[in-house]
Structures are given as structure tokens and as C-alpha cells.
Design a binder for this molecule. Structure first.
Ligand code: C2O
Ligand code: CU
Length: 463
């Protein structure tokens, strides 16, 4: 299969300079003893081929060249990574959607120190859930993610059904001018609306890549939206596609893909049955906006395997505690615009404005003066978030550290999906249930990064 699906190769840590002791923090020591050799993740600046014109300068990646590696982990097996900061500003790594211990969550100040240039930080955790996740910095995120630091994580489950091929797509845009160089990452007037869109759309850092897949075979397509702004409406042309998982969790019942809308931070897993005839094309498209865009294409190769999609066993659900709705305490959460235009300076960069607020408090999320938590939750108890969107925009709201179940919506028929990110529509009210089973301070924010950085961020405390 394509090179994006190859098993990640652990690199030896030889040659990496010792850091300044920022690494091992209290609760990681126990798991660290049994931890494997850390995967080195070194953000660095490169030149990359992103357009038909010149190489783009000031691109950031976690590997030697090109798109950040797909990190492969196994459900229930320890994973270790050493962040070695090779860029000229502080950074961290957040493991989006993976239920890690709080100290490993990557949010500077709130849960871990800023990792300054030349310093390092060791992450160690055991992913409890299988599925498609992703990783990115949680410092100066609009610039660091906008310039390339977004990578996909696949957590494998040995009990997964057998596919003939797997393709991983990292979907994101770039804000580039005609000469292929970065232009200003955002415009304040757009930050106050839907966010500022990129100009070059890629999958795995390639415009409309094509991958080979066996004719008549079953492909597991793992898609991660790692863009800072764009919301997608997916369809597949050339074959039927079945939605098997969203946001790292199996859907309660697999269903045919039909214009599913997902936003920044969200992931989609599809089972695609390739056509029988060699050379036939299957394309993943985004039809949001005025014209449809082809994101990536699969091409049938070889003699047909004649697989039947109905033979696929459903994915095993992840071990998420069941919320007890009857006993749950409710937490009100209102998303709104704010009139304040104050600029808070931050070690992790500031956009210079506040446009958004959660329960009327604007906070950019990575400053050394956190607001009070939205609520203090008791470990092991059930909660329902009553979230209301008072704005005319759509917001992908992401909770760190715990997965929740979508219980009901004022606007749509919902499946009781387990997720870490809910794309709330304008004027929608939604109920999200979960068990507060992970102690610590857990960020909750809009994943349209301009919204996050201009106020739409808060956190829950579990004690
Ligand atoms: Cu992808 Cu704070 O998250
Ligand atoms: Cu938003």
C-alpha cells in the first residue's frame, strides 16, 4: 500500500542532546518504567513542495521532510514520544482524542511547562481506545499548525476486522500566495466570523493525491481534518462508502456516507469497496461551498478480490464508561460572541483580539492566567453538558481527556455517537453526557483555531 500507511519505525534516541529535566513529571514515572524507547518528535523548519510553483519556505514538520509521520500505536500498549523542540519558539504536543493522563495532555501552563527551544519533554501513555486520532502543538497553534505541525495517529486493535488495504488522509489547507510562500495566517474580520481559509488544499501535503488499492477489495479509509478552519461535507464518488467510525469511535450502526459534515479536529473512517475493474477511480470529495472539490482518489489495481462489504464485522466499541443520565448533574455552557477587544499577551502567541466567549468569559487557553474552571466535577460521577450556540457560526467544540456521548439536539436527529468533538450548528442546543473518569484540568474549546485563540476556550476540572 501507499507509503502513508507503513508502520512507523522507532528511531534510536542516540545523538539527541539531554534536556533540562523538564521531562519526567510525577505521574508518568510509573508507566515510564515499562515504556518503550521513545519515538523522537522534533519540530523543525523545512522547505516543502506544496504547490506547482516554488518550494514553500518556513514549513514546519515533525520529521525529516514532508508530512508529519502517521504514528501507529496499539490499544492497551504503552507509547512513548520525546518532543525535542527544534523551532525558535515554545511548543508542546497534544494527543487529540486520546484519553491520556492529565500531565501528558500537552496544554502549556494548565498541565505542563512550555517546552522552549532546545528543551525536550517526554510523553508516555497507554491509549485505551482504538481508532483514528491526531497530534498537534498546543502553543501558538494558529501559526504552528497553520505551517504544518498536524499529524495523524492510528491506534490499532488486534480484534479489528480485516481490510485489504488502509489509506490514511491528513486533510488540511495552507495560506499561500501565488509564489507558494505563506501569507498572513489570518484576518481579524474573518476570525470574528467563520475563520480565515487556506488557499491551497491538500491531503497528505499533496493536492489531490492518488493511491492504488486492490480491485474488488475493501479499503479502510481513515480521514483526519487537521485544518485550522475548514468544515467539510464529505461524499464518495465511484463506489459506495460506509461510515464505520467518527472521531475515533465506532458509529452505533454503520451507515452509507451521504454528505456528512465534519469540522476541524474531527475524523472519519470509511469502508470502501473498490470497483472490480482495474483502473476504476473512487474519489473522496468535499461539496461544502459553491463547487465540489476532489480531495483524494483511489485507483483499482489488479484482479478483483471480489470482497463483499457485508462480510466486515463491526468495529469493537471502545471501553467508555456509560453516562447515567438520570443521576447526572447538568453543566450549562453557552457559546457567544464578546464585545471586548482586549489583547492578552501570551508566551504562546496572541492574535491581539477577543471575539468569542464561553459562559461570557473570553480566554485564549494557553496563558499563565487561566480563568476559573467552568465547573468542578467529581471523579466517577455522571455529567450532562447543556451546550448552546448563541452565535450564527458553526463551532467544532472539543473536550480534552474524556469522551462524551451525544444525547440529544434541538436541531437534528442524532445517533448516540461517542466523540471528543461536537460540531454545533448556529442556534443549536445539544446535550453531551459523560462520566468524569479522568482527573485533572481538561481544556474545552472551539477547534476553529482563530475562535479558540480569540476567546472560545475554557476548561473543566475533575477532582
Ligand atoms: Cu486538537 Cu485542544 O485540541
Ligand atoms: Cu468556533
Amino acid at each position: 500500500m501507499s507509503k502513508v500507511t507503513r508502520r512507523a519505525i522507532l528511531k534510536a534516541s542516540a545523538g539527541v542532546a539531554c534536556g533540562f529535566g523538564l521531562g519526567w513529571t510525577g505521574n508518568s514515572i510509573r508507566s515510564a518504567l515499562a515504556a518503550p524507547e521513545p519515538r523522537i518528535l522534533k519540530p523543525r523548519k523545512i522547505e516543502a513542495k506544496l504547490t506547482g510553483t516554488d518550494l514553500t519556505r518556513d514549513v514546519l514538520t515533525y520529521d525529516d521532510a514532508g508530512v508529519p509521520p502517521v504514528l501507529r500505536m496499539r490499544k492497551g500498549e504503552a507509547f512513548a514520544a520525546r518532543l525535542v523542540n527544534g523551532i525558535d519558539e515554545p511548543t508542546t504536543i497534544h494527543w487529540h482524542g486520546i484519553r491520556v493522563p492529565n500531565k501528558m495532555d500537552g496544554v502549556p501552563f494548565l498541565v505542563q511547562p512550555y517546552v522552549y527551544t532546545g528543551d525536550q519533554f517526554d510523553y508516555v501513555f497507554t491509549p485505551p481506545d482504538a481508532g483514528t486520532f491526531w497530534y498537534h502543538p498546543h502553543c501558538n497553534t494558529l501559526i504552528q499548525m497553520g505551517h504544518g505541525l498536524t499529524g495523524v495517529i492510528v491506534v490499532e486493535n488486534p480484534a479489528d476486522p480485516e481490510f485489504d488495504a488502509e489509506v490514511v488522509l491528513n486533510l488540511r489547507d495552507w495560506r499561500l500566495g501565488g509564489d507558494g510562500q505563506f501569507i498572513e495566517q489570518y484576518r481579524p474580520r474573518d476570525a470574528a466570523r467563520s475563520g480565515t481559509f487556506g488557499t491551497v488544499r491538500t491531503a497528505n501535503w499533496i493536492e489531490q493525491p492518488q493511491y492504488d488499492a486492490p480491485s474488488g477489495g475493501l479499503v479502510r479509509l481513515r480521514v483526519a481534518i487537521t485544518d485550522v478552519t475548514r468544515i467539510y461535507s464529505f461524499r464518495v464518488q465511484g463506489s459506495g462508502a460506509t461510515v464505520i467510525a467518527i472521531d475515533g469511535n465506532p458509529v452505533p450502526q454503520a451507515f452509507p456516507l451521504d454528505l456528512l459534515q465534519l469540522g476541524p479536529g474531527q475524523r472519519l473512517e470509511l469502508a470502501i469497496r473498490m470497483p472490480d475493474n482495474e483502473g476504476a477511480l473512487v474519489s473522496l470529495e468535499d461539496i461544502r461551498g459553491t463547487k465540489s472539490a476532489v480531495l483524494a482518489t483511489l485507483r483499482s489495481v489488479g484482479a478483483s478480490l471480489r470482497r463483499d462489504a457485508r462480510d466486515l464485522a463491526p468495529l469493537e466499541p471502545n471501553p467508555i464508561d456509560q453516562v447515567d443520565v438520570a443521576s447526572a448533574q447538568h453543566i450549562r455552557l453557552a457559546l457567544s460572541a464578546t464585545a471586548e477587544n482586549v489583547s492578552t499577551d501570551s508566551i504562546c502567541g496572541s492574535l491581539g483580539y477577543s471575539f468569542w466567549a464561553i459562559n461570557k468569559v473570553p480566554w485564549p487557553g494557553d496563558t499563565p492566567d487561566p480563568t476559573a474552571p467552568l465547573a468542578e466535577l467529581k471523579l466517577g460521577k455522571s455529567y450532562v453538558i447543556d451546550m448552546e450556540n448563541l452565535t450564527p457560526q458553526v463551532h467544532p467544540i472539543h473536550l480534552h481527556g474524556m469522551s462524551f456521548k451525544v444525547l440529544s439536539s434541538s436541531k437534528r436527529q442524532i445517533q448516540p455517537q461517542i466523540t471528543d468533538t461536537y460540531l454545533i450548528q448556529a442556534d443549536e442546543k445539544v446535550q453531551l453526557g459523560f462520566v468524569a473518569d479522568n482527573p485533572g484540568d481538561w481544556l474545552l474549546h472551539c477547534h476553529i483555531i482563530e475562535h479558540q485563540k480569540t476567546g472560545m476556550t475554557s476548561y473543566l476540572r475533575v477532582v
